[in-house]
Design a protein around this ligand. Structure first.
Ligand SMILES: Cc1ncc(COP(=O)(O)O)c(C=O)c1O
Length: 395
């Protein structure tokens, strides 16, 4: 059979890799360097630096097994696992820009990505940026300047879940010779394949679904060989945000169950979203899987499923009541991050108010009562019962 066209489940669960003992799981190569028999063999390895095992900062066999699987899953040519999602994001962005360039991105991107573009790149390298709402392709077109070299996307956005039209934006960018990067963490490579829609570089926080068990901080960049090799030999080698072998081994283990976990997470989240949508104690629910979601049709067009993160507004703006709701939850633990086996709750206002005034927060179009939940793999009856009892406390 032709193994080039395997489906996602088979890519992730079948290994051609075998060690000399036929071990069913690829071994953990917990080593920093590789030794060579002779001058000639190390000399040859340096001629193929992007493919050769020389030093684990660049390539490690355990990490590479996971990278090859992720590349195949995303229908890319190559993937590079990094020390964190933000390492993957900053490396991909740095690949696309030089001092004095301009970036177009969306206003509700992940906070540290926003800070990197809007503050770090601006102050250090005079790189300017325009932040658009992102729901209308024309906004991107209008924001493009002569020095625009990158359109950076996050679809769905991980707080308010707005989508961007990936095919249309990729087409626009290609026609202007502009690179596109997407943070595809929310949808996962199971439910959205941006590289097949013309996007140049895909990044993930692998700390979410790819790790899946809340025990790894990691990131990954996926693209074609030319772009990936350039990132490997510049941003990755020089900034050094590499993945440790054990983290690579954990990611590899978790990838086996990614498709079934994603389907279970989607079923659970849909049940929770429908409960919230129908509860009169709750305001707007932001979840692209709901038919009431403003961009439901676009989601259906570019995704084959939905992730586990949703946000909703409480009807009260009284901070004490919002606090009481969050503190009353028993199965949703209070914490950042998402995409693991465990359900989590977070109120964005907690961290936003450390940096912004309530007026600035409002100006971002984010309701102070916005609650974000990451639905886990517990039983939905229990999760719904927990939300119900916490809502009753503030009704
Ligand atoms: C959408 C999104 N992208 C990127 C990141 C950053 O990933 P990491 O925490 O692995 O650096 C996060 C983390 O929460 C995220 O939510």
């Amino acid at each position: 059979m032709d193994k080039k066209n395997l489906k996602d489940e088979s890519i992730l669960n079948h290994d051609d890799y075998k060690d000399q003992h036929g071990a069913v799981v690829p071994p953990l190569y917990q080593n920093s360097l590789f030794t060579f028999d002779s001058w000639d063999s190390i000399d040859q390895a340096f001629d193929h630096k992007t493919e050769a095992f020389i030093y684990s900062r660049i390539l490690n066999p355990t990490v590479k097994v996971a990278e090859d699987k992720i590349a195949a899953l995303c229908r890319g040519e190559k993937a590079k696992l990094c020390a964190s999602g933000i390492a993957a994001i900053t490396s991909a962005i740095l690949h696309c820009v030089r001092a004095g360039d301009h970036i177009v991105t969306i206003k509700n991107i992940y906070g540290p990505t926003n800070k990197f573009i809007n503050s770090y790149l601006k102050t250090k390298f005079n790189i300017s940026s325009t932040f658009v709402d992102g729901r209308d392709v024309a906004e991107f077109e209008n924001a493009i300047q002569e020095n625009t070299t990158l359109i950076y996307l996050e679809s769905p956005a991980s707080l308010t879940m707005e989508l961007q039209d990936l095919k249309a934006i990729a087409q626009l960018a290609q026609s202007r010779n502009i690179k596109t990067v997407i943070d595809n963490t929310w949808a996962s490579p199971i439910f959205q394949k941006p590289l097949t829609m013309g996007i140049d570089i895909e990044v993930h926080s692998a700390s979410k679904y790819l790790g899946g068990h809340s025990d790894v901080v990691a990131g990954v960049i996926i693209s074609n060989k030319e772009i990936l090799d350039s990132i490997l030999m510049a941003e990755h080698e020089l900034l050094g945000a590499k993945m440790a072998p054990f983290e690579g081994w954990l990611i590899l283990r978790s990838l086996r169950t990614l498709p079934i976990r994603m389907r279970a997470l989607m079923d659970n989240t849909m049940a929770v979203a429908k409960f919230l949508e129908n509860d009169e104690r709750v305001g707007k629910v932001n979840y692209p899987g709901l038919e009431s979601f403003e961009q439901y049709d676009l989601g259906q067009n570019q995704m084959t499923g939905y992730g586990c993160l949703l946000s909703f507004e409480l009807l009260t703006k009284d901070i004490e009541k919002i606090k009481q709701f969050v503190d009353s939850l028993q199965l949703f633990s209070l914490g950042v991050s998402w995409g693991g086996h465990d359900s989590l709750v977070y109120a964005p206002i907690i961290s936003y108010l450390k940096e912004l005034s309530p007026e600035q927060f409002d100006a971002m179009g984010i309701n102070a009562s916005l609650i974000r939940i990451s639905v886990g793999l517990e039983h939905t009856d229990d999760l719904v019962a927990d939300l119900h009892q916490a809502l009753s406390r503030i009704a």
